[in-house]
Design a protein around this ligand. Structure first.
Ligand SMILES: [Fe+2]
Length: 406
């Protein structure tokens, strides 16, 4: 649905907006218990630190404010420089360059688009549509070019292109290369990343001097489908993101009309309408729930995040992840299946701040005709989780994790 009756040529296809979101790229929380959060997402869930930010260097940082740890963590599960960011909530609440609405503890919901041109044209489009823009440019660390906008409830959505890829040697780009960051809309075209590397070397920069993680503590005592890892599972994908919103219709209109997500399904739970939106073939990458459900579900009142999903490589790993997290004292909560259609076996754990993390291994895939399975066509899930399952027509079709598990 076009917001303005116009169509835009996106790589030769006429779309209702000048970009197309391809997938959820990364996500972040502002955390009060930062050290405990670093342990939960790092040591327990297995996200690897790719860079550390120090906000005490920021121009807006209030000196002597007693804000505690001023660092932030960029973390990854694959080759994207970051899939998960963790920042200090007391520090983020001080930012002069961006404001978080009350109860918004999501730092960002970040979507990959198809090209740098799409990101630049998205900025012009949002300006013309009077969508509230936060900023535009290119952030270091991570190297991704982006346009940030707010949704009607104040959640930050970032559209990006070209995030830095971390390869076999685990090195992130060094700080000395951050001179290629942008605080404004870039002129197009820009030089390629290969040209940037050559430029940095010509300046005498050691391009291999960036952050490289140490081997994790505690050994690697688990056999994870043939690879020794410190935990019995591997996160292979992130998302879906679940949001509690003031007005589901208003939020749906923003995400469908302005960001171009497609509604896969809506469900009712205790009379409340919940909407599930996709950007690709997975059943949903974003779910919208009315805020009144938050108390009904017993979830933390401090956040508008209903849940953040982490997909593990397979069902056996899902079962092992639940046992592992329980053995490390994590709290699990019950969420009714009406609130996650398209996912069969799933468990919900709380992070140290009370954010709800959805563990799962499978998501229904939507084909060219856009039809979702009916309830009768879906696998019934009981409280007993068997050791093994019959495959579905779309089992493993989206499990294409690039590279080694660790
Ligand atoms: Fe980002």
């Amino acid at each position: 649905m076009s917001a303005n009756g116009q169509r835009y040529n996106v790589g030769g296809l006429l779309l209702d907006r000048p970009f197309k979101i391809r997938r959820l790229g990364h996500f972040g929380f502002n955390i009060t218990k930062l050290a405990e959060g670093r342990e939960f997402y790092g040591d327990l869930l297995g996200f690897t630190v790719s860079d550390q930010a120090d906000f005490s260097r920021a121009p807006w940082f209030p000196k002597d404010a007693g804000l505690g740890d001023c660092h932030g963590w960029f973390m990854r599960h694959g080759t994207d420089h970051h899939a998960m960011v963790l920042f200090s909530k007391p520090v983020m609440d001080q930012r002069a360059d961006r404001k978080f609405a009350p109860e918004v503890t999501i730092n960002q919901i970040t979507w990959q688009c198809g090209s740098l041109k799409e990101i630049a044209e998205a900025h012009s489009y949002f300006e013309a549509q009077q969508i509230r823009i936060q900023r535009v440019g290119r952030d270091m660390p991570g190297s991704n070019w982006h346009t940030y906008v707010y949704d009607p409830d104040g959640h930050t959505n970032e559209l990006y292109y070209g995030i830095e890829q971390i390869g076999w040697n685990q090195n992130s780009k060094p700080r000395a290369m951050y001179y290629r960051g942008f605080q404004e809309k870039p002129e197009l075209p820009q030089m390629s990343e290969a040209a940037e590397l050559a430029d940095a070397q010509a300046k005498g920069i050691d391009i291999f001097s960036g952050h490289r993680p140490a081997l994790p503590n505690g050994g690697a005592s688990y056999d994870v489908d043939g690879v020794k890892l410190p935990r019995p599972f591997k996160i292979t994908k992130i998302g879906p993101v679940g949001l509690f919103v003031d007005d589901v219709d208003r939020a749906e209109a923003f995400y469908a009309v302005h960001l171009g997500l497609t509604r896969s399904e809506e469900t009712r739970y205790r009379g409340a309408r919940n909407v599930f939106l996709r950007c690709g073939a997975e059943h949903h990458s974003l779910a919208l729930y009315p805020k009144e459900l938050r108390g009904v579900l017993g979830l933390s009142p401090h956040t508008t995040c209903m849940s953040f999903g982490v997909e593990v490589a397979n069902y056996t790993q899902l079962r092992a992840s639940v046992d592992f997290l329980k053995s490390h004292g994590c709290t699990f909560v019950d969420i009714p299946p009406e609130l996650y259609p398209g996912i069969d076996y799933s468990a919900f754990a709380l992070d140290p701040d009370g954010h709800c993390i959805q563990l799962y291994y499978y998501m229904e895939q939507i084909g060219w005709d856009g039809r979702v399975r009916s309830t009768a066509e879906r696998r019934p899930v009981g409280s007993h989780w068997p050791e093994a399952l019959e495959p579905l027509s779309d089992s493993y079709v989206d499990q294409t994790f690039q590279g080694p598990f660790g």
